[in-house]
Write a protein that binds this ligand. Sequence first.
Ligand code: KIV
Ligand code: ZN
Length: 525
Amino acid sequence: MSTSQEESGDGQSMIRIFDTTLRDGEQSPGASLNTAQKLEIARALERLNVDIIEAGFPITSPDDFEAVQAISEIVRGCSVAGLARCTEKDIVRAAEAVKKAAKPRIHVFCATSAIHRQYKLKRAEAEIIKLSVEGVKLAKSFVEDVEFSPEDASRTELPFLTEVVEATIEAGATTVNIPDTVGYSTPDHFTNIIEYLMTHVKNITKAVISVHCHNDLGLAVANSLAAVKAGARQVECTINGLGERAGNASLEEVVMAIKTRADVFKARTQINTKMIYPTSRLVSSLTGIYVQRNKAIVGQNAFAHEAGIHQHGVLAHRETYEIMNPQDVGIPESKLVLGKHSGRHALRDRLLQLGIELDDKQLEMVFEQFKMLADRKKEVFDEDIEAIVSQLFEEAEAMRSWELVSLQTMGGSGVTPTATVQLKSLAEDKMYLDAATGDGPIDAAFSCIMRLTGVEAKLQEFDLRAVTGGKDAQGEVNLELVCNGKTYRGRGRSTDIIEASVLAFVNAINRAVAGRRKNGASPEK
Ligand code: KIV
Ligand code: ZN
């Protein structure tokens, strides 16, 4: 039986890392991933050596269910968790999804704060306890490893929270997670919550106490670390801090704080820190959500020294201005550039350093694209390779209904911007052609695509950047469309930025068409 007082051999407490990038992280607006992409991230999380992967919320859609099931089948080294509300249908679905996992976990939750009890659940305290206990017991009938979360715990009255935690441990929960669902807490407040539970919950040593913080006030990592100091032995976090609204506690920051300040936390994790940077890159390239330059640990500037005094200090003795070694988080010492003479071995090695492990068939497909690009560009950078791989995973999903065949645009001053677009309907194996005018050539091309596909969409966000430096750089467009009230992301890359925009638009339209086809329920998460 696990206890909240677990210690490693060296007297330091072992902190379990529960990664929820594929569940809470995927709830970030616009971060939705297909099953192939989720599997690739799950493999990277396994190499990172997280303790638990929360793979999804199986009841929310057939896609979520399928992804949790597929991840359960391939991941052997970590526990795989599926989220469920305290209802029979949620728990049965989660149990079915994690059934084949080497170490299955069901994570059940029920809101406990007064505001949620009154306005969301419309239930009295006694009913909440009953629901939670029944949920844990039902989950326990399927798996040994059951986690319970009193949602909005940080705004729950402490005596009531104590009752819920005690009752759910009694019912069989092996981990009890304390979420700061709305990112309201502060480090002192969180210390107080955990210390209170440690002293008031009679059976507290029978479960691992976990923490799950959101970043609405920018305090998610600080609050998680305060909980660790107060006795929490599991931290829930996400790669790059992805997550609902302002995100969750960032895995890389929590792990490196515990490692770098082991003197303060007297704790350690089993994370293979050298895989942090490659995993961060992979998640960013597959979700299309960039990491800010000055992001701690994994941002482009995290180990860059601009000021002369700093550069001089680092050259004389690295530790003068660096508290961590960039190689410890997997930042490569030098950037190896591949070119048209590079072979499969060099490509495979580079992919591994980028956190991407492909099977032979996938490698062959990437190699083909790489050779084509290397013919057009002298130097192929990491970002180019990541771009090819993320394209591969997009296309791996049978979600494409339309394909861009040709594009011609006309723009400039004194002319009416015009676009002629030819699309192929993959379902009908038939070509469609249309021409339109617009505010600019991109707008004109988007109008053509909407007419040809019959999908009405509103462009909500449009972001263009160069994937690498140099005048032959590929342009990458990430955009967001709203279609029937739902948001769909699309991405396209090309050395021609108008083509990149059109590819991104078609990609988002394909997602919207696939979304319309899906008939799964999507309950509130
Ligand atoms: O933020 C939250 O409360 C959650 C729970 C489901 C753990 O994500
Ligand atoms: Zn959350």
